[in-house]
Each structure stands twice: as structure tokens, then as C-alpha cells.
Design a binder for this molecule. Structure first.
Ligand SMILES: [Ca+2]
Length: 519
């Protein structure tokens, strides 16, 4: 089984694909689906490929995962990666992105393996907590790996390993990531336009300097005198928004699906102001609390570069979802436990002040030292909207964002999409990109909305069959994995408007009773 591996390894990948297409007489080279996970493991275990010594072992089918060969390797000095090679390979490769500051290998989505992809993921070059940027202060090479280098570096080895395992290179390669993984997705589109045939960027953290600066501004407002937001105050805001806007999408379902109609004038958050502006209890907002809302909803722009900016968040009516404001913004009343605070804090300490004892709320580089921002932007910002090289190489890009995302603003993704349209033109934007909005969905997943959609199949049909996606289907699954309700997944700026029978709870659960509608 292993005897003919060495000569194959010397054949260029393109020639190998050609041989495979012509049909070889060797049993090992009859194309995808003919190599079992065990055979793939046998071919990789103990081998050094792309500079990485691989260990490989078969993992039996369990739960949603089919049988696969689990491959682990490390590219020096510290880039750990994992591959999962399924029994019934579909001939394609799936690269799954990370989250936060990475530091561990994320699990590959079961759906990718289930659909037969050879899957790969990495820790992006350092080990640690996803909430810690310590590596960026202590190891500038690790910072480069995190910023943009890990994906092309791992891909080089992964493509060789797939070739060694299955006897042919992947026919297609896709990247999907959310949050920082969405940033990695756009970084690949912008800097390595030939690396992937298709890319899914979900809730992308594309403007690292701008969004961290906005996190810092929000945190300072919350940390200021009288700025803290209790759960009751958060519920007060959410209830007012729902009261003003829930029905504007045709159904009072607890989700504001038509955000364009939910204007500041309609919400009139100022009507919640406590008498005199000082806090008099849970039924009103003090002036410092209204300042928090103002920081949240207005754009942030910082000196130094036109890319140092972030679009404000919309008020959604679901601020009080546990995965929304309590988790990301308010910390349930203690801002220092909120994720926006924690991310900006480790960013200031390790990228900007380069001092682990720095007080992020007192040392504010976005206003005091914008020169400190340039290096972080060069490392992490995926702000280049001119993606013509990617489009001209045939690449397809799907953007997706949950509209109740309290980590990263969907308006920021809309701003990037607008920048792309300006840079590449309306025709290329329509031909090669899609932007989907999921109302009521939190950061990457969760929330009251339909947070599940098969974007990977849509992308694959687009790339392999030129079948461009239009309206897709979104589902909300219950704990057992059954569909609780469904919605059409509409392209921005359309929203799913209820067009079914009134006062019919069963009808309200079905995507067929909604129509994607322009605001
Ligand atoms: Ca509604």
C-alpha cells in the first residue's frame, strides 16, 4: 500500500490531478471515495510532509461525525494543525477558521465532514486562551501568523497531505470562518486571492483597529460614573425597541426583522430618560446610560487612517438575550466581565501599550497614540475592499451576519460590502458575492432567530455548477437537532416579511409564509 508513495510525492500537483482525471490503473488512484479513512491514515502516519511530522489515527463514527482519519502536525516553530479525512472523500477541501485570539485548534463543523470534505483547521501559530493576546507582545512572529500567515502556510502542507493520502489534489478548496475566522476568510480573499475557490465570511472581524477602538469606547462609557447597565435596564431598552418595531415585519414574533424601518425616531430611546438625568431606578435610563446607548449606536472613527472606523450597532429588541448585551457589552452590570471589555483590554496591553499592566480604560491609544495603531492594522486589518484579483480568479464570496450580533456590528459588514461594491463595481459584486442577514441571531449563532443555514452547499453549487445562490433557507434547531422553525435567509438589505395567515402559530414557523422584501 505504501510502496508507491515516494514517486507520487515527486509529481507536481497539477500533473497528478491530470493523471487522476485520465483514470489510473493503480487501485490507489481511482479518485475520491476509493480511499478509506484507515488507508489515508496508513499513508500519513509518521510521515513528514511539508515540513510537518504527521501522526494519524482513525476515529470511529460517533454522533453526527462519520468515520474519519484524524491527522495532527506542527509546522515549525509553533503552528499546530489538524486534518480530518473522511471515508467517503468528495474530492474537495474545507478549511475552518478560528475565533477570538485563537490559541487552540477549533473543531471542524460536523456538516463539512458529513458532506465528505477533507477538513483542516489550525491554532494559527500559538497556544493559549482565545481571550488573550499575550502572544502578540512576546512573540512578534506568532502575531504575524495570527494576522495573516497561518492560513496560506497550513494550506501548503494540507494540500500536500491530501495528495499523499488520496493520490490526488483537491478539485476545490473552500474556507469558512466566523468572527475572527471571518476576518481570516476576508484576509485570504484579499491577500491570497488564488488560495480558495470559495469563501464564507460570517460575522467577520475585518476592521480590527476600528472595532477594538469601538469596544474600548463602549467599555469606557459603561465604566464611567453611573454608566453600568443592570439586566433590568437592558430589558427596559429591549422592550421599548420591540414595542416600537417588532410588528414592522408583518408579525409580532419577538424579533425585529425589518431594521431599516426601526428608526431612532420611532424608538425614541430618549423617552426613557430619568427625570433630571440621574438614575432613579429600573424604569428609566440616566444620562450616563443614555451615553452608553449613544456610543453603541453611533459610528466610531479614529485619527490616523480612514480605515480606523467601525459602524455602530442597531438597537434590535433582543439586547436582553443572554448572548447579546449581557455577554458582550454590559457584563450583566459589571463591564469588566463583558467580552468587549476583555478583548479591548488584552489588545491594548499586548498590541498597543505593549505593557501587561497597562490600564486599557485610562491608556486610550485610539485618541492618545494613534501611531500605535499602524502596526496592529498592518498585521490584522482585512480592510482592502478591492477584491478584483479574487473575483477574476473565479472566486465566490458569501458574507453572512446575525442581526442581533452584540460582538460585531452587522452594519460594519454592510459597510465593507458597500466598500467592495465601490471598489469592484456593481456587476462584479453581483456576479461573485452574496451577503445574507439572519434576523434575531447572535454572534455567529444563538439568539431567538433562525441561526442555522447550509452555506457550504450553496457555495459549492455556485463554484462547481455555476448555480448562484439567491434566497436560502435558515432554520432554528431544538436541542435534539429537529427543526423548530424556519425562515427564508434573505440577501441584504431584504428582510423576511410574514405573508401567511394571521394569528396562526404553526404557519408562523414555516419559511414558506415569509417573503424576502425590500425595506
Ligand atoms: Ca417581528
Amino acid at each position: 500500500m505504501k510502496t508507491n508513495r515516494t514517486p507520487w510525492a515527486l509529481v507536481p500537483l497539477g500533473a497528478l490531478a491530470l493523471l487522476a482525471a485520465c483514470g489510473g490503473s493503480d487501485d490507489d488512484n481511482q479518485g475520491p471515495g476509493h480511499i478509506s479513512a484507515q488507508q489515508a491514515c496508513d499513508r500519513l502516519d509518521g510521515k513528514t510532509i511539508g515540513g510537518a511530522e504527521l501522526s494519524a489515527a482513525t476515529v470511529a463514527a460517533s454522533g453526527p461525525l462519520p468515520t474519519y482519519c484524524k491527522v495532527n502536525g506542527m509546522i515549525a516553530p509553533a503552528l499546530n494543525f489538524e486534518m480530518r479525512l473522511p471515508d467517503e472523500w468528495n474530492g474537495k477541501l474545507y478549511y475552518g477558521g478560528g475565533g477570538g485570539y485563537n490559541g487552540s485548534i477549533p473543531p471542524v463543523p460536523a456538516a463539512a465532514l458529513d458532506q465528505g470534505y477533507a477538513a483542516v483547521a489550525s491554532d494559527s501559530g500559538h497556544q493559549g486562551s482565545g481571550l488573550s493576546a499575550d502572544f502578540a507582545r512576546t512573540d512578534t512572529f506568532a502575531a504575524q501568523m495570527f494576522g495573516s500567515l497561518s492560513v496560506p502556510t497550513v494550506m501548503s502542507t494540507a494540500l500536500e497531505a491530501v495528495n499523499a493520502a488520496y493520490g490526488q489534489a483537491p478539485t476545490r478548496s473552500y474556507f469558512e470562518g466566523c468572527s475572527n475566522g471571518g476576518r481570516e476568510a476576508l484576509m485570504a480573499v484579499q491577500r491570497n486571492p488564488n488560495l480558495f475557490d470559495g469563501v464564507i465570511a460570517r460575522a467577520p472581524a475585518w476592521n480590527w483597529v476600528g472595532l477594538m477602538g469601538h469596544f474600548n469606547r463602549n467599555a469606557r462609557m459603561l465604566a464611567g460614573p453611573g454608566g453600568a447597565f443592570s439586566p433590568a435596564k437592558t430589558a427596559l431598552v429591549a422592550a421599548r425597541v420591540r414595542s416600537a418595531c417588532d410588528a414592522l415585519d408583518g408579525i409580532e414574533d419577538g424579533v425585529v426583522s425589518n431594521p431599516a424601518a426601526c428608526t431612532a425616531a420611532r424608538i425614541d430611546i430618549g423617552a426613557l430618560r430619568c427625570a433630571g438625568g440621574t438614575d432613579t431606578g429600573d424604569t428609566c435610563l440616566s444620562d450616563p446610560q443614555l451615553a452608553v446607548v449613544n456610543s453603541w449606536t453611533t459610528d466610531a472613527a479614529f485619527a490616523g487612517s480612514p480605515t480606523f472606523r467601525n459602524a455602530g450597532w442597531s438597537l434590535t429588541g433582543n439586547e436582553d438575550d443572554p448572548g447579546a448585551w449581557p455577554l458582550w457589552l454590559t457584563g450583566g452590570g459589571d463591564v469588566t466581565s463583558a467580552l468587549q471589555f476583555l478583548f479591548q483590554d488584552t489588545t491594548v496591553k499586548n498590541y498597543l501599550a505593549r505593557d501587561p499592566s497597562a490600564d486599557s480604560l485610562a491608556y486610550v491609544p485610539w485618541t492618545q497614540n494613534q501611531n500605535a495603531l499602524y502596526a496592529m492594522a498592518a498585521l490584522n486589518d482585512a480592510t482592502n475592499a478591492d477584491i478584483r484579483p479574487f473575483i477574476r480568479s473565479g472566486g465566490k464570496l458569501i458574507l453572512w451576519h446575525g442581526a442581533n450580533d452584540a460582538a460585531l456590528s452587522i452594519n460594519s459588514t454592510a459597510a465593507y460590502y458597500a466598500n467592495v461594491r465601490t471598489a469592484v463595481g456593481a456587476a462584479d459584486t453581483a456576479a461573485a458575492t452574496r451577503f445574507y442577514v439572519a434576523p434575531g441571531v447572535n454572534h455567529c449563532a444563538g439568539g431567538p432567530g433562525a441561526d442555522s443555514a447550509d452555506l457550504l452547499s450553496a457555495l459549492d453549487e455556485w463554484v462547481t455548477q455555476d448555480n448562484a445562490p439567491a434566497t436560502l433557507r435558515a432554520e432554528k434547531l431544538d436541542a435534539s437537532g429537529a427543526v423548530d422553525f424556519s425562515r427564508p435567509l434573505c440577501q441584504y438589505p431584504q428582510y423576511p416579511r410574514y405573508t401567511g395567515p394571521a394569528n396562526d402559530a404553526d404557519a408562523a414557523k414555516l419559511a414558506a409564509n415569509y417573503t424576502c422584501t425590500a425595506p
